[in-house]
Design a binder for this molecule. Sequence first.
Ligand SMILES: *Cc1c(COP(=O)(O)O)cnc(C)c1O
Length: 387
Amino acid sequence: MAHLMHWGALSQPAAKSLYFDYAATTPVDERVIKRMVECLGREGLFGNPASQSHPFGQQARAQVEQARSQVASLVGTQPQRIVWTSGATESNNLALKGVARQHGRGHIISSQLEHKAVLDTLQQLQSEGWAVTYLSPDAHGAISPQAVQQALRADTRLVSLMLVNNELGTITDIARIGEIVREHGALFHVDAAQATGKVDIHLDSLAVDLMSFSAHKTYGPKGIGALYVGKRAEGRIAAQIHGGGHEGGLRSGTLATHQIVGMGEAFAIAKTEAALERQRITFLRERLLRALRGLPLQVNAASAERIPHTLSLTPDRDIVLGSTLAISSASACNSASNAPSHVLLALGLRPSEALRTIRVSFGRFTTHEEIDSAAAEIRRAIELPIP
Ligand SMILES: *Cc1c(COP(=O)(O)O)cnc(C)c1O
C-alpha cells in the first residue's frame, strides 16, 4: 500500500500534509538517526564488522552484537537466534524458500490475507512444484486455528501467517496456531513486520520457528530487517544469498552497521515505550472514531482482535479526499495496478467497495490536532453532495 490517494502535485510542500500512512512506513526516530550517524564517518564506527584483526572492525562488531541483543530483547528471545536481512521481504523469502528448498517437495499452508512478500514467494514455490493452501478468513476477518487444523496434510512442511495484517490491523492467534502446527511436526513462520512495538511478542514461549521483522515500520531505517530462526528450524533452512558465510552461513554480505544499529535502537525504544504508546494511540483511535460517528462508513474486520494503529474504512459511496491527507487507498497495495485489494476481497467486500476503501494508520508522532483535521477531511469528503 505505497501509493497516496489523490495526491497533489509533487512540488507541493510536504509540511502542509497530514501523514496518516504509518502502516506503509514510519519516519525514523531522531534518537535512531543520532545512533546511525555515529556509525558512518571517519571518526565513527565505520569498520567492517567482519574485520576482527583490528579495533575498527572489533568496535563495529560490538555495535552489531548490541543491536542483535536489542532486537532479540523486544521479541523475547536470545541474540543468537536473530539473522540480519535487508527487510521483511527478504526475511520472508529466506524463511519460505529456505525451508522449501531444504525439503524438496511438499505442502505449505498460508492465507489470502498475506502480504505480497509472502504471496509472490509462495507463487514462485508453486512453480517449483510445491502445493499451497490459501486459507480464507473467518466471519470476523481473522485466520482461525480451526482452519489451520483442517488444512494440515501428511506432507505439510510449513505454515506461514502474518501476526498483524497491514491493511486491517487484525491480530492472528499465533499462540494457538503454533501449538497445532508443532503438534503436527511442520514449521511455523510468522511475518511480524507490522507487529513490533504494537503487540507483545515472547518468542521463547511461542511455538513459532521463524519470524520476519522490518525496521522501517517501527521508526527505524528502511533496508534492514531480521529473521528469527528458532531451534527447530536450525538446519532445516537453506541460505538464499551466498558469499562470505556471514550470519552463520544463512545470509552472506557485509553487515550494514549503521542500518543494524538503527534497527537495534528503534527496537530498544519500542521495548521501553510500546505500552504507553499503545495507550496513547488507542485514545487517538477512539477520538477519530468519535469524530466520524454517524457517517455512512464501515470499519472493516471491526469484530476481530485488532491493533489500534490501523483502521480500514469503507464509505458507502465513492469519495474524493483532499490532497492534504496522506493515506493509502486499498487498491494501492497492488502497486502499479488499480486492482482492488486481495485482502478486502477475501473479507467478502465487493470490488467497488474494496476500491473505495481507505486505510488510515497513525503512530508515535500523530497529534490530537492531526486526528481532528483528518476526521474533518474525511467527514467533508463523505458529506460532499454527489455531483
Ligand atoms: C512492510 C511489510 C513487509 C515488507 O517489509 P520490507 O522491510 O519493506 O521489505 C512485509 N510484510 C508485511 C506485513 C509488511 O507490512
